[in-house]
Design a protein around this ligand. Structure first.
Ligand code: SF4
Length: 351
């Protein structure tokens, strides 16, 4: 008998499931509470459930979808990368990033990624499949169990994969993270980072979830962005900006633009002008991110020509944007020494 992954359920679906098992609805809340508050992944520990139900759940459902294969600490800046294996022997990863008072967990939503961005190690892996809701939430629950539930203060969907191409599972995972019953994370501490899928940006705006959204922009010009991110040939910068304006209006949130600093590609004065023109059209801020080189992956073609902008140029770039009243943050490389850029640990294992 194929077992059901119980973590694939939102609370609403779990209610339906326990009713199917002939149980009262409040059993769903008890189970949810064990999973998300007590971080218990063993039905035998769920002592307020009748023994017969615990046995039935053990027979019919899986309580854990992932296993931790490897943990890699970055001694330089304190990040920790988790490599997980799925039941079908794929590998995915999540990264814990402490920054002052907050600790952010960066989650994956797909095994590999179909979008093939030229600066990204995950893009080089190709695409295998979408993750299930259970596999997304288990990245959080397993790391929360290691660190303590209240340690993780923020979640970003910025690991392997494009979350808006796994839309349903991503929003159901967010529903579980933010469920009031579990005293979960607040919505403004969750960020969905996308390469830009306009219809799904609008759908997320209409979902009522009101999480934050970040666009991986990396160039204000379509011809350059087409080379960096092939998805731009399908969904142009302008289409994404229109969708993001809708998102900002509908959710009253500020949009984040992620911008990897690439030497000679997107760090010129004309890029400052173009970026200021685009981002001043909506409430927004820009994160400038030093590029984690992927040279060790031996990329070919255009990807092979990418190298990090010098630190001084990143600072000047930020100053020029600030002079135009644009809000700019300079981000860390977040673990170059443990390959914290998305996909790199998993792909190193494969090579
Ligand atoms: S940057 Fe994100 S969207 Fe682009 S290939 Fe990598 S994982 Fe996919």
């Amino acid at each position: 008998m194929t077992k059901t992954d119980i973590k694939n359920f939102t609370l609403e679906k779990l209610l339906d499931y326990v009713v199917e098992l002939g149980q009262p609805k409040y059993r769903a809340e008890q189970i949810f509470n064990w999973l998300y508050n007590h971080l218990s992944f063993d039905f035998n520990e769920m002592e307020n459930l009748p023994k017969s139900l615990r046995m039935e759940l053990s027979q019919k459902t899986n309580v854990q979808t992932l296993n931790i294969v490897r943990k890699l600490d970055s001694p330089l800046i304190g990040t920790t990368k988790f490599l997980f294996s799925t039941k079908d022997n794929n590998e995915i990863e999540a990264v814990i990033i402490p920054e002052g008072k907050r600790t952010t967990l960066c989650l994956s939503t797909q095994v590999g990624c179909p979008l093939n961005c030229k600066f990204c190690a995950t893009g080089l892996m190709g695409f295998t499949r979408n993750l299930t809701v259970g596999e997304i939430v288990d990245q959080y629950l397993l790391t929360a169990r290691e660190y303590g539930k209240n340690t993780i203060t923020n979640i970003v969907f910025m690991g392997m994969g494009e979350p808006l191409l796994n839309y349903r599972a991503t929003i159901e995972a967010i529903e579980n993270f933010t469920n009031e019953l579990t005293k979960g994370l607040s919505r403004n501490r969750i960020t969905v980072s996308t390469a830009g899928i306009p219809d799904k940006i609008r759908a997320l705006a209409d979902s009522g979830l009101r999480v934050k959204i970040a666009l991986s922009l990396h160039s204000p010009f379509n011809d350059v962005r087409n080379k960096l991110m092939p998805v731009n040939k399908k969904y142009s910068i302008e289409e994404n900006i229109e969708a993001l304006k809708y998102y900002a209006r509908k959710t009253r949130t500020r949009i984040t633009f992620e911008y990897l600093m690439l030497d000679g590609i997107n760090d010129r004065d004309e890029d400052v002008q173009g970026l200021a023109h685009l981002t001043s059209q909506l409430p927004s801020k820009i994160n400038l991110i030093p590029f984690n080189s992927i040279a060790h992956m031996n990329p070919g073609g255009f990807a092979a020509s990418l190298s990090p902008s010098p630190i001084e140029r990143i600072s000047e770039f930020a100053d020029k944007l600030r002079a135009k009243n644009i809000t700019v943050m300079l981000r860390n490389t977040q673990g170059n020494d443990i390959a914290a850029a998305c996909g790199q640990l998993a792909i190193q294992k494969k090579l």
